[in-house]
Every structure is written in structure tokens, then in C-alpha cells.
Design a binder for this molecule. Structure first.
Ligand code: PEP
Ligand code: MN
Length: 670
């Protein structure tokens, strides 16, 4: 190891010793958790999964984290993993401790592919089985191996949150004689890997599984002129790149597969969306008993008569008995063209009420109902941790299910995430930064100030919509680069304004959030274009716009397919002249009652003068805003834009001091 300065070496020793304690505490926690399972095993009716208890624990974590000045959000994410691990540790206790038995599991791909990694995760606790995984080139061969007895189990991917259902696997599932005995969820993290020493400039070909290529389109277009080349498996692509030893060829694979093939990781997390989960099913030749003490799912298959309303009446059996369907998939039947077969996953055990009753009804109405199995549910369900720490984005109502004029059903759920920062729900989001990007030195000092005050994102205008054509118009793309650089240096996602549709693509390349200014709220061609971008939009209320018009403007973006819209109240024109605009505090509760979209407040442009910004900001927080966007400047006297309203360090301190008790009293975290 390199020689390190003493302070660094000693700090690292401290970290290692804290880590050791963390692991020991985790072990202690799991031991206690096991004894809880032992207790519950002897209690008839005691369920292993107790959502109320989990939310109690989550609240405790949140309070403790907030008290210590930690991010409740990140602490919550850690808790989720701990709870997940705990539940799995309890399972063998509930199912009875057996000697570790050996078994073989078939999967499509080669070692370190996502299926292989998911097998390791699933069998870690599953009935204490020792597992040997066997990779095969094709899905059909995996099913063959299972049916012929060559392997005891098969793990196959059925669904992905980005690309949807894996058609080939679902077709095999519907037509082969197999039982579903378990499921696993894998959080996919693709990286870009190359032979050691190669750089992105060398790349000409990127090789991967077609699904992985489809999930990383942004990277592929960034790296033009590289060509995407399909390969049967992500880990197989890594092996082939290593074998070719050619710096022009890279691949998309898991970090584990890159390491295994001796490749160098150039970029991590390169998928187009932050959340990329694949759901796998574990198949066997015969069904297995799932403990009724665990949350259980059941997979069924059925066909319906080809007449009007028959599918609807089959499905009505589930709603009549209050059984939740988590997936419905239709598959063609090659032997009967234009007749479809349905695969459905539902919550609950096939032999327990109300699923039993719903299935009995379905059998009366539908043809060929087959139950593929009941098995432990591993998915993090919508309200599984119904606390302020919930991080699921799966609850964002899509435009189709719930128009923006509907309030969110669970206010504790963040509306969505921006580069890892949750917006909405119980998280209060702080955006700080100068009105305009002026120079590299100004941005460096501003970013330092923004970071020091704990902001989640940094703002900065590169394209300024000025009322007068003679005022400073911004540095344009040069300013955007300076902002992006400062954001990267200080690990702050960036927000910047876009003025015209032609610039959307280029600005979206560098900015994490695109802002629509008050003067552009009804620039409909801009809004339509923003509906097509993958970046979240911060939509400011026009100075003379009603709230209805603001929501209609948001609908332009939502209708284009972009669901990540943040509304921003920034003051409106009234007859009052002592402030630059009048902050419409009532807009906050009104918008929140009408829409699931997060509502931020910009007190700076409403106030126009520094001294009014903090009181207005606190009023906004008290009225329930999901966050604030506030202008600040390292040297306001030199600011080229909005110098009178820019906060200095001392006002930012006051702002934080004022916010803490307000948010605390609302059970929200900063
Ligand atoms: C800004 O936020 O930089 C800005 C120009 O604000 P508004 O569009 O609200 O005037
Ligand atoms: Mn400004």
C-alpha cells in the first residue's frame, strides 16, 4: 500500500474500527431478530411481516437520524436493507432449521450475469440450501434442464422496471410444466467496462445483452460514433471484451462481471433511469410450501372465452374479494391464433382466504385456470414501509391513472427522485445558488457556500430571461459548462433555466433539472418539447397566471410523457408595490390539494430584497411547501443580476435556523 500521511492513515484506521462495530451491531441485531422469529413460530396467527412494527422502527430511525443531523432519507435507505436482511434471516427459523442441503440452479448466461448474482442473493437464506449455479446459453435450455431433472431449480427474469416484461421467458412460463416457488428482485447497476488502459475516446463498439443496451440509450448517444452490438449475456460480453483485448471494444455489465473478467470500469450507473429493478422467479418441477407467516404471492395462468366482457368479469372476481393483482400479462397461443392466455400475480396464498374464494370464482368463469405456485413475496410493496423514510417511486401516479388534479394518496411518499435526491413527501428540498452564472471563480465560491449550507441542488442561470434587452443576458452554454463543472466538483445536481425549445436537448445533456421561468410558463412549444426530455422540470408560475393555468402548463409536459414536474410559486403581480411580487402563500395548500406534483417556493423573486427572503421562506415551509429555491451569492455587491435579493452566508444561516424547528414540528426532514 502507498505511504499515507499520518492523519489520513489514522482516520482510515478509525473508519475501519467504526465499520467493524457496525458489522458487529448488525450481527447482534440479526441474533435478536432470529429470537423474535423463534417466538413467533410458536404463536399461531403471528405473522413474520408486521408493517406497523416496521413503520415504528422507521420512525425511530428518522427521529434519531434527524437529531444527529444525518439525512433521514439516506438513513432510511440503509434501514430498508437492514429490514430486508432481517426478514430473510427469520425465514429459515420459521420454516425450520435444516442442515444445508445442496441443490443446482440453472440460469441463462454466464457466471456473474445478473441472474447468477440474483441466485446468490436469493439462496443466502433460502431454506439453508447450498447452491451450485449452472449457466446455459438459452432460456429454453434452462427450462429443458429443469424439466429433465438436470437442475433442481431455475431462476429466470420475468419483468424489468425499464423495459417491461421479458416476453420469451413469460411465453415459456405459460407453456412449460413448471411451478413458481420463490421470487427475487435485483437492483441492476450497469457499468461501462473496458480493457485496462482504454478510454472512452478509444471506443468504437459497445457490446451487451439487448435489454442492457436498450436501458442505456443515453450513454450510447453520448459516446457516438460507437456502435451497439448485441450479445447473449452481459457477463458474457465482459468475458468476450477481455478475450478480445481490444481498446475499441467496451461492454455494459455488472461491476461484479467487470471485475471477474479483469476489466476496468470507466463509468458506473449508466442506465437512463436511476431505478432499474429486475424481478426474477425461481422455478421448480413441483410446488413448495410457502409459510403463511410470510407475505406471499401467487402466480396463476388462465384463458378466457372469446366474447365481450369475459376478461373483465374474470378479473372482477379478484376485486370482489379484495385480492390485489400485482401483474397481468397476456401471451399469444401459437396453436390458437388470436386467442390469448393470461399470466397474473396476486397477493396472498392460494389456500388462504380471500385468494381461495377468488380463484374458485375464476374457475367458474374462465377456461384452464392453472396455479403455478404460492411463494414468498420479495418485492418492496408500495406501502411496505409507510413512513417518512419511504423512498419508493413506484407510487408516482402515472398520467393515465391519476391526472395532476388529484392529490397523492400517501403524502409521506416522495413524489420522485432527482439524481438521488427525493422531491416531495416528507423530504424538504433545498435549492440554493446565484441568480446567474458569472465566472468560474464566482461559481466555485457559490458552490462552496451552497454545499456548506446543506443544499440538495444548486441553481444558476446561464440563459437569463431579462425584462430589458440591455441587462446581462447570461453566459449561455459557456455558463452552463461552468455551472456543470462546479456541480461536479461539489457533488451538487444542478438546476438551470431553458429559454427556447431548440436548446432543450443540449441543456439536458448537462443539467439535472431544467427550469421554465415565469416569463415562459405559457411558452407551449417549449413545454411540449420538455415533455419529451428525460430530465425533471421545475415549472415556475407566471407572474399573472392563475393556479389553474399553472396546472394546465404542467399538463403539457406530463402529456408529452415526462412525469417529473415540480411546480414553483415565485410571487405574482398585484397592486402592492413594496415587494417585487406578492408571494401567494395560499397557492401552496391549494396546489397540494389539487395535484400529486411537488410544490416548491422561490421567495427570492417574490421579495426582491434580501431582508424579506427569510421570513417569506419560513412562511412557505410552514404552509407545507415541499422545498425552497433561494438565490445567494458569495459577493452580492458584485452580482450581475438580482444583487439586492441575493442572500449572504449570514442570511443562509438564519434561514436554516428558522427552518429546522418548523420542519421538525411537521415531522419532515431537511
Ligand atoms: C430565475 O429563477 O432565475 C428567474 C428568472 O425567475 P422567474 O422566472 O421566477 O422570474
Ligand atoms: Mn434571479
Amino acid at each position: 500500500m502507498k505511504h499515507l500521511p499520518t492523519e489520513l492513515a489514522s482516520a482510515r484506521q478509525d473508519i475501519e474500527s467504526v465499520d467493524k462495530q457496525l458489522i458487529q451491531l448488525l450481527k447482534q441485531r440479526l441474533d435478536v431478530v432470529k429470537s423474535v422469529a423463534q417466538y413467533k413460530k410458536g404463536q399461531p396467527g403471528a405473522e413474520l411481516y408486521d408493517p406497523d412494527r416496521e413503520s415504528q422502527v422507521a420512525n425511530l430511525w428518522q427521529a434519531e437520524a434527524t437529531e444527529l443531523g444525518l439525512s433521514a432519507y439516506h438513513a432510511g435507505r440503509i434501514l430498508r436493507e437492514v429490514l430486508n436482511y432481517s426478514r430473510r434471516t427469520q425465514e429459515p427459523e420459521i420454516n425450520g432449521l435444516e442442515e444445508k442441503t445442496a441443490c443446482t440452479v440453472g440460469y441463462q448466461g454466464v457466471a456473474a450475469s445478473y441472474s447468477d448474482l440474483a441466485i446468490t442473493k436469493l439462496f443466502e437464506n433460502r431454506s439453508s440450501q447450498r447452491v451450485e449455479s449452472i449457466g446455459l446459453p438459452r432460456f429454453s435450455e434452462v427450462f429443458d434442464a429443469l424439466e429433465s431433472g438436470r437442475v433442481d431449480y431455475a431462476l429466470v427474469p420475468v419483468d424489468n422496471t425499464l423495459v417491461g416484461s421479458i416476453g420469451e421467458v413469460n411465453q415459456l412460463l405459460a407453456t412449460r410444466d413448471v411451478a413458481v416457488v420463490d421470487e427475487e428482485i435485483w437492483e441492476v447497476e450497469h457499468c461501462l467496462a473496458v480493457v485496462p488502459g482504454a478510454t472512452t475516446a478509444d471506443l468504437r463498439v459497445i457490446r451487451s445483452h439487448p435489454v442492457a443496451l436498450q436501458q442505456c440509450l443515453r450513454l450510447l448517444s453520448d459516446l457516438k460514433p460507437v456502435e451497439a452490438e448485441q450479445y447473449f449475456d452481459t457477463a458474457g460480453a465482459a468475458e468476450s471484451v477481455s478475450y478480445a483485448a481490444d481498446p475499441r471494444i467496451g461492454c455494459l455489465c455488472s461491476p461484479e462481471a467487470a471485475v471477474r473478467s479483469g476489466l476496468e470500469v470507466l463509468r458506473t450507473n449508466v442506465a437512463d433511469h436511476e431505478r432499474n429493478h429486475t424481478r426474477f422467479l425461481l422455478l421448480a418441477r413441483a410446488p413448495e410450501d410457502a409459510s403463511p407467516k410470510l407475505p406471499v404471492k401467487t402466480t396463476i395462468q388462465f384463458t378466457v372465452n372469446d366474447h365481450c366482457g369475459s376478461l373483465a368479469s374474470s378479473l372482477a372476481a379478484f376485486s370482489r374479494h379484495d385480492v390485489n393483482l400485482t401483474r397481468l400479462e397476456s401471451r399469444p397461443q401459437p396453436e390458437a391464433p388470436w386467442k390469448y392466455l393470461f399470466l397474473a400475480d396476486l397477493e396472498g396464498h392460494q389456500e388462504a382466504e380471500p385468494v381461495r374464494a377468488a380463484l374458485a370464482e375464476l374457475i367458474e368463469q374462465s377456461q384452464n385456470v392453472r396455479v403455478l405456485g404460492s411463494y414468498p413475496s420479495r418485492a418492496v410493496e408500495r406501502n411496505q414501509v409507510p413512513s417518512p423514510l419511504t423512498t419508493s417511486i413506484a407510487t408516482v401516479p402515472s398520467r393515465v391513472e391519476t391526472p395532476p388534479a388529484s392529490p397523492v394518496e400517501n403524502a409521506a411518499t416522495p413524489a420522485f427522485e432527482i439524481s438521488g435526491v427525493p422531491i416531495g413527501g416528507n423530504q424538504f428540498t433545498l435549492i440554493l445558488g446565484p441568480c446567474a452564472v458569472e465566472s468560474a471563480a464566482q461559481m466555485k465560491d457559490a458552490a462552496e457556500m451552497v454545499k456548506a449550507h446543506g443544499a440538495h441542488l444548486m441553481r444558476g442561470g446561464a440563459f437569463k430571461p431579462r425584462s430589458s434587452p440591455h441587462s446581462f443576458q447570461g453566459l449561455g452554454f459557456e455558463g452552463l459548462s461552468l455551472l456543470a463543472q462546479a456541480g461536479a466538483d461539489f457533488e451538487l445536481p444542478i438546476v438551470t433555466e431553458v429559454l427556447q425549445p431548440e436548446d432543450v436537448e443540449a441543456i439536458a445533456e448537462k443539467a439535472d433539472v431544467l427550469q421554465v421561468g415565469a416569463r415562459n410558463m405559457q411558452n407551449f412549444s417549449l413545454l411540449k418539447r420538455l415533455g419529451k426530455t428525460r430530465r425533471p422540470i421545475l415549472l415556475k408560475r407566471g407572474m399573472s397566471a392563475t393556479l389553474k393555468e399553472l396546472l394546465q402548463a404542467a399538463e403539457y409536459i406530463l402529456d408529452g410523457g415526462n412525469q417529473r414536474v415540480i411546480l414553483c410559486e415565485r410571487g405574482i403581480r398585484t397592486f402592492e408595490t413594496s415587494t417585487r411580487s406578492t408571494l401567494d402563500v395560499s397557492a401552496i395548500p391549494v396546489l397540494k390539494s389539487k395535484t400529486h406534483l411537488p410544490v416548491l417556493v422561490d421567495p427570492s423573486h417574490a421579495a426582491g430584497v434580501r431582508d424579506l427572503v427569510v421570513p417569506l421562506a419560513l412562511a412557505a415551509a410552514a404552509a407545507g411547501a415541499d422545498g425552497l429555491m433561494v438565490e445567494c451569492h458569495p459577493r452580492p455587491e458584485e452580482a450581475l443580476c438580482d444583487k439586492d435579493q441575493a442572500l449572504r452566508n449570514q442570511e443562509l444561516d438564519q434561514l436554516l435556523q428558522g427552518l429546522r424547528p418548523i420542519l421538525h414540528s411537521q415531522g419532515r426532514s431537511l
